[in-house]
Design a protein around this ligand. Sequence first.
Ligand code: GYE
Length: 359
Amino acid sequence: MKKKVLSALLIAAMALSMTACGSGNGDSGSSGGDSAPVSDDAEDTEDAEDAEPAGDADSGDLITVGYAQVGAESDWRTANTESFKSTFTEENGYKLIFDDAQQKQENQIKAIRSFIQQEVDYIVVAPVVETGWETVLEEAKEAGIPVILSDRMMDVSDDSLFEAWVGGNFVQEGETCGDWIAEYLEDQGRGDEEINMVTIQGTIGASAQVGRTEGMANKLKEHSNWKMLDMQSGEFTQAKGQEVMESFLKSYDDIDVVICENDNEAFGAIDAIKAAGKSCGPDGDIIVVSFDSVKAAFESMIAGDLNATFECNPLHGPRVAEIIQKLEAGESVDKIQYVDESYFDTSMDLESILEERAY
Ligand code: GYE
């Protein structure tokens, strides 16, 4: 790679001009915007154990990875960030430059440009939304920097603009949710009843929103007695989820099911339901379901508030590391890599499952 030769020259020049050598790894150490190098918190998590050692940290031969993260909007996102930070450590042969875009695409574009300027070896992006990436990906391609997508997808006309994508199958998650609701209502003897639903969507245009909404829409078509009264975005946050639910409760007095496109929105919705003097969960007035299956969702089900959660695995750090290792070895990688996912509801032994849960 052209830039590797350049960094080798830079290192040689630095060595000549210095009398003593520190722990320099040929990096300028500068970071643009919110970018902050992260390399010192190798924790004893399963991510760290799964990650394969790469490069040679002692000789300063680290692989530099810029990660353009969405933000810190949910428990899922926190687990995802932790997975990257504990995988891409110096001990494992990496230098991670982490950028939190605060859920704004323009911040992510800035971060990617800053990674290009810093001549990182790989750029990893969890894109906030699907569209609007062509120009900046062309710039990365021009600079010879491979781009890997993780979590959410990008909608680009030329798929040679990225090496691979790894994440959840969001349409399938939505369909699993629809099937679960059908079975649950059937078990309750409500299979033929008129059922009023509302959806608190994720960030509009994010693949997790697009796919989950589409999956549920596919199932709505199969049930003529289900009615989707309203859909509004809760931006994947608890605060916005609560706000949207408050307004739904004011507008509709007969909501049977609330579909929240992530767990955190459900926590907010549950607060709103209780504040309005209604109840939810298996023994309540309103059925609440959500996506992700973070630990707090298990606690909410155990407390009898949430009915079910459809899993989305956030531990992509080791998966992306594996892709990078293959690319380093000149091996080919699968372009689209779906992660296996499950679901959980209150009929299960949630306490035991929670004990084993990694996120
Ligand atoms: O469901 C949500 C997060 O893209 C799968 O983003 C991810 C979603 C996840 O904010 O909690």
